[in-house]
Design a protein around this ligand. Structure first.
Ligand code: ADP
Ligand code: MG
Length: 527
């Protein structure tokens, strides 16, 4: 940990080779902890799916080192693109095959490291439905994706920290943006609909946009995160039941807020300071929705507002790339959609951001693939201005240390002590100490609030789990009882819900249904 904190104070140097550094709009790096860096862009090619294999689909996308080549099956043209990273996951037996672990290590682990240094970080997956966004971000079963791997490593690193002078707190949120509305995935649906009002985006003058009243749960182990994720994914599956392709039309955002508190000693006195990082891991809606809103009525309205977030994302990315190219400040329409407003800091702001564009290898998807590749190309232009998010104490402690050092060297000076100067230093030291003291009082107050929050989180977690159990949705199979499993066209949401059919008669279907769309299941005896 010591090395880590040392790095924080020496941020002027060290930028990993693949992050291109630029000067933004002629602005100089004026603070020691500001870092300009372009958005890192990677592309990933998925394997053929069962249908494509059955239809003997032709492969039109190929990767070689950093180059991605696409052969247009109709125009016969060849288009070549280059990104920071290309992952070919078509054929496991290929020596260049990129596994879930490779993708994690290359893209997400560096973000984890930056988060520990106190930077905000973001990884978002973009691509058409079925191209592997959720596979990359969340993964399936043993093929865990970025989110579980990231969280697991985060906690294993935390438990390896031996330094008692550093403590770390984590809060987690998980929500979905569907049809320009925000749904908290970690709060029971009924509770949310009782409130009547959808969650709103607000903007904090320093910390930027956030979701008002979004639940943030304190997590103290990887297991905690797993439980919340499972709960959140079940809520997604429940909400998607009976609504075709809802999941491909919604954006899901997983957020962690990591706060590290570090104790430092100055002249035997103990002082604390904090660095905070916000980590956003985003699985975007299927990009094909951008163009196909040709349906009618509600579908059109719904389609167009879902498009609104993705369309605005496109406009934001375009405006930011123009800004970087022309070095002239332009208007960025962040606030035109919920998603772009929330991702404001991640795009063109205070964050280390990476995009992964997922692609299908098949000829039938050529147009979508080309459009994804062009989109990704543009995102490469975006330049962020990231900084370490430290509290004011950190600077006060640095100043205090510097003053103490000056006083010491004045006292040691061979020309004898200059009373005027020494008095000046001492006054400065007293002033700094008293400012630190008052800040620390506030911090003590917020840690008390934190402890209370932790206790509340425990209670909430139990309540939410009970809520799901009441709805007969469980986490474990009881083989003595028959059960019903949900199916969904999105493999991520399929078989997520398990309804245990209890002894006696169970009615299945909507209670309100006048059409008799329900049936009875009778379980007479359980062995
Ligand atoms: P999206 O979220 O973009 O709609 P999914 O992640 O659900 O797409 O992927 C669609 C299907 O393709 C899933 O069945 C998934 O298991 C499979 N798939 C996607 N990417 C890969 C990959 N890299 N390796 C193996 N299977 C993949
Ligand atoms: Mg998906």
């Amino acid at each position: 940990m010591a090395w880590l904190l040392k790095t924080i104070f020496n941020l002027k140097k060290s930028v990993e080779p693949l992050v291109r550094t630029h000067e933004v709009l002629g602005q100089q790096q004026h603070s020691q902890n500001l870092e300009n860096s372009a958005v890192t862009v990677a592309v990933r090619l998925r394997p053929f799916n069962r249908m494509e294999k059955k239809d003997k689909a032709v492969q039109v996308v190929f990767m070689k080192n950093k180059e991605t080549v696409i052969h247009h099956p109709v125009s016969k043209q060849t288009h070549t693109f280059a990104y920071d990273f290309s992952f070919c996951s078509v054929d496991e037996s290929d020596s260049e095959f990129a596994s879930q672990q490779t993708v994690y290590e290359t893209l997400a682990r560096p973000l984890l490291e930056r988060a520990f240094e106190g930077f905000n970080t973001c990884l978002f997956a973009y691509g058409q439905t079925g191209s592997g966004k959720s596979y990359t971000m969340m993964g399936f079963g043993e093929q865990a994706g970025v989110i579980p791997r990231f969280c697991e490593e985060l906690f294993s690193r935390l438990s390896a920290i031996q330094n008692p002078e550093v403590t770390c707190h984590l809060e987690m949120s998980y929500f979905e943006v569907y049809n320009e509305k925000i749904h908290d995935l970690l709060v029971a649906r009924e509770e949310q609909s009782q409130k009547g009002m959808p969650l709103r985006v607000r903007e904090h003058p320093v910390h930027g946009p956030y979701v008002e009243e979004l639940s943030a749960h304190v997590v103290s182990s990887y297991r905690d995160i797993q439980v919340w994720l499972e709960l959140g994914n079940k809520q997604r599956a429940t909400a998607a039941t009976g609504m075709n392709d809802k999941s491909s039309r919604s954006h899901s955002v997983f957020t962690l807020i990591m706060t590290q508190t570090k104790t430092e000693f100055v002249e035997g006195e103990e002082h604390d300071h904090r660095i905070t990082s916000r980590i956003n891991l985003v699985d975007l809606a299927g990009s094909e929705r951008c163009k196909t809103a040709k349906t009618s009525g509600d579908r059109l309205r719904e389609g167009s507002s879902i498009n609104k977030s993705l369309l605005t994302l496109g406009k934001v990315i375009y405006a930011l790339s123009e800004q970087a190219l022309t070095k002239r400040k332009c208007f960025i329409p962040y606030r035109d959609s919920v998603l772009t407003w929330l991702l404001k800091e991640s795009l063109g702001g205070n964050s280390k951001t990476t995009m992964i564009a997922t692609l299908s290898p098949a000829a039938s998807n050529t147009e979508e693939t080309l459009s994804t590749l062009r989109y990704a190309q543009q995102a490469r232009m975006i330049i962020n201005l990231a900084k370490v998010n430290e509290d004011t104490n950190a600077k006060l402690i640095r100043d205090l240390k510097a003053e103490v050092e000056k006083l010491r060297s004045a006292q040691m000076s061979s020309q004898g002590v200059e009373p005027e100067r020494v008095r000046g230093y001492q006054q400065e030291i007293t002033a700094l100490r008293s400012r630190l003291l008052s800040q620390e009082r506030q911090m003590a107050e917020s840690s008390r609030a934190w402890r209370e929050k932790l206790e509340q989180a425990e209670v909430r977690k139990r309540e939410e789990a009970e809520e799901l159990q009441r709805a007969a949705v469980t986490f474990q199979v009881d083989n003595r009882l028959p059960n019903l499993v949900n199916l969904n066209e999105d493999p991520q949401l399929s078989e997520m819900l398990l309804y245990m059919v209890r002894e006696g008669q169970t009615m299945v279907g909507k209670c309100k249904s006048h059409l008799g769309c329900h049936f009875y299941v009778t379980v007479s005896s359980v062995a």
